[in-house]
Ligand binder design. Structure first.
Ligand code: PRP
Ligand code: HPA
Length: 197
């Protein structure tokens, strides 16, 4: 089983194409941080935003972004998933719901990718329903689907083409979240099933 995953992960990457370099990723994160600092660093209302990373995909983006933010904030995570091991979105599953009282607060939701937009539309609505005053959506990548999405991000690091990508927190079958750049994987590599455990 372990051999299967090792071989499949290696094969997936050897057939993949890098579309965004690590340097471009770093610059994009810096830009997102600059936009947030511009808004909150000199905030006269004394805003103390709650930053919520959407696990698991946001782990790398959040870890790179937080040390670049210059203003007082609180951090926690939520865990929402709708892709599982698949490359097509399904039903939204909440694994960790917001734990703080969000009533009246400004929330910055940080996620790796806005793809069809279903996840962040749902997250935003849930936070507003819980009483959040404002929900700012900051995504590392916005996939260009060529059609409207149920929600738009307020801050976007990069716009990417309509391809399934891995890297910088994004995975296929759980593989390659650790890549510092973004890679497009070959369509046929998405469908290989793991043997039964
Ligand atoms: O815009 P959407 O089409 O809804 O897709 C975007 C969501 O999909 C990914 O999560 P996923 O369900 O793969 O879980 P993960 O974060 O654990 O990878 C990603 O991290 C986003 O949260
Ligand atoms: O392109 C993607 N790659 C990895 N995970 C994702 N979740 C939504 N879209 C993607």
């Amino acid at each position: 089983m372990q051999d299967f995953h090792y071989t499949r992960a290696r094969a997936l990457l050897s057939n993949a194409e890098e579309i965004v370099s690590a340097e471009t990723v770093t610059a994009a994160v810096k830009n997102v941080a600059a936009v947030l600092n511009q808004r909150f660093d000199n905030d006269e209302t004394g805003a103390f935003p709650l930053v919520l990373g959407v696990m698991g995909g946001a782990v790398v983006f959040t870890g790179n972004l937080l040390p670049q933010l210059n203003f007082p904030l609180e951090f926690d995570y939520i865990h929402v998933t709708r892709y599982g091991d698949l490359d097509r979105g399904g039903e939204i599953v909440w694994k960790v719901i917001p734990r703080q009282d969000v009533t009246g607060r400004t929330i910055i939701v940080v996620d790796d990718i806005l793809d069809e937009g279903e996840t962040l539309a749902h997250v935003k609505q849930r936070l507003l329903d819980m009483g959040a005053a404002e929900v700012i959506l900051a995504v590392f990548a916005d996939k260009d689907l060529g059609r409207a999405k149920p929600v738009q991000a307020d801050i976007v690091g990069l716009s990417i083409p309509n391809r399934f990508v891995v890297g910088f927190g994004m995975d296929a079958h759980g593989y390659w979240r650790n890549l510092p750049g973004l890679w497009v994987i070959r369509d046929t590599d998405k469908q290989v099933e793991a043997p039964a455990a």
